[in-house]
Design a binder for this molecule. Structure first.
Ligand code: TXA
Ligand code: MG
Length: 325
């Protein structure tokens, strides 16, 4: 497996060719790094599940270069989904839509819908365009981490997660650190109204404002999950993540820069605002594991905007402690 850091056009073309030949290519998006495979190649997609140790009933997001390709993958697209796509693609948003014949069971977990995204990161856009120019239809890509662990936001993170499981002709494209740092907003567009399945940078307010819909009550529930039983442990470092209590000597600590580090605690990050908080969240949790820390105390951001998405990830990261916000 090669790590490619000098992303010239010919190098990206070569990566697109590797995808077309059925190899895996990990690539940067503005949210997190994805582990890509040709979405129409059953064997290549099977390797994603194998490399991630991911259960087969967790379907994959198909990445395409442009909204124009959407109707290849989906039929009966509701009008509101087109409105969302026109406004927020390319960008950190995934739409779940009724599938076309192209989206096979091995991609959708045998569901009748398929998740689609057009990312905005320039490397991912070139890669997808080159792949489509070679006759490809789309690139299936989950976050490039082992199942249940923290998503990678740098090529080195991908290497430390998956380096042992990738093969000779697979590639990792190094495009630097991801700008946003947490995964895309996932919106279920299979019903009469949209429903947020996973909060992200495209917030509930942005969606309801754009569509002039009063989604407040419904989606607030979806983004502000309080029921422990409804939460799965995910996005989880080895260290125990705690959202209450006081850090003591040798504990990790993550909070806004305005909050001082408790005596003897090890500062893992000091974001100045909520955007920075999202960007550094996963690398701070990874740092805790690299330092072999047992506990990480986190002071979360306020519960609005992308803060809700951060809290969603933190709740999942600390699920095993059952102390949810
Ligand atoms: O930002 C992102 O979305 C990143 C980058 C690489 O695009 N991808 C990502 O993929 O986070 P993944 O597989 O790690 O998370 C996608 C989530 C999974 O929980 C999966 O079960 C859900 O989306 N999902 C995928 N297809 C779905 C579908 N058809 N219906 C409902 N949920 C779906
Ligand atoms: Mg993931």
């Amino acid at each position: 497996m090669a790590i490619i850091s000098n992303c010239t056009p010919s190098i990206i073309k070569n990566a697109a060719l590797a995808l077309k030949k059925g190899h895996l290519v990990a690539f940067p998006t503005e949210t997190v790094y994805g582990l890509g495979a040709d979405a129409t190649n059953a064997e290549a997609v099977a390797r994603i599940y194998h490399v991630k140790a991911r259960p087969l009933d967790h379907p994959l997001i198909v990445h395409i270069s442009t909204l124009k390709k959407l109707t290849n993958w989906s039929n009966n697209i509701p009008n509101y989904a087109f409105k969302l796509a026109e406004k927020y693609w390319p960008g950190p948003m995934t739409l779940v839509l009724p599938r076309s014949n192209l989206a096979k069971d091995y991609l959708t977990g045998a569901q009748e819908n398929v998740a689609i995204r057009v990312p905005s990161n320039p490397i991912s856009r070139s890669l997808l365009r080159d792949f489509e120019n070679l006759g490809g239809e789309g690139v299936a890509a989950p976050s490039a981490n082992r199942f249940g662990s923290v998503s990678p936001t740098s090529a080195l993170d991908v290497y430390s997660e998956l380096g042992n499981f990738l093969e000779d002709f697979d590639q990792i494209i190094d495009g630097g650190k991801c700008k946003i740092g947490i995964e895309s907003t996932i919106i279920d567009c299979t019903g009469i109204l949209p429903r947020i399945l996973r909060p992200g940078q495209i917030t509930f307010k942005m969606i309801s404002n754009l569509l002039q819909l009063n989604l407040e009550e419904k989606t607030a529930q979806a983004v502000n999950i309080r029921v422990p039983g409804a939460l799965k442990s995910h996005y989880s470092p080895k260290a125990q993540v705690l959202l209450s209590g006081i850090a003591s000597k040798g504990d990790g600590f993550l909070a806004y820069s305005s909050t001082p580090t408790p005596d003897g605690a090890i500062r893992l990050g000091k974001p100045n605002n909520v955007i920075e908080y999202a960007r550094i969240l996963y690398s701070a949790l990874r740092l805790a594991d690299d330092l072999g820390l047992e506990r990480v105390f986190v002071v979360p951001p306020a519960k609005n905007g992308i803060g809700l998405a951060i809290i969603d990830r933190l709740n999942r990261a600390c699920y095993k402690n059952s102390r949810l916000l």
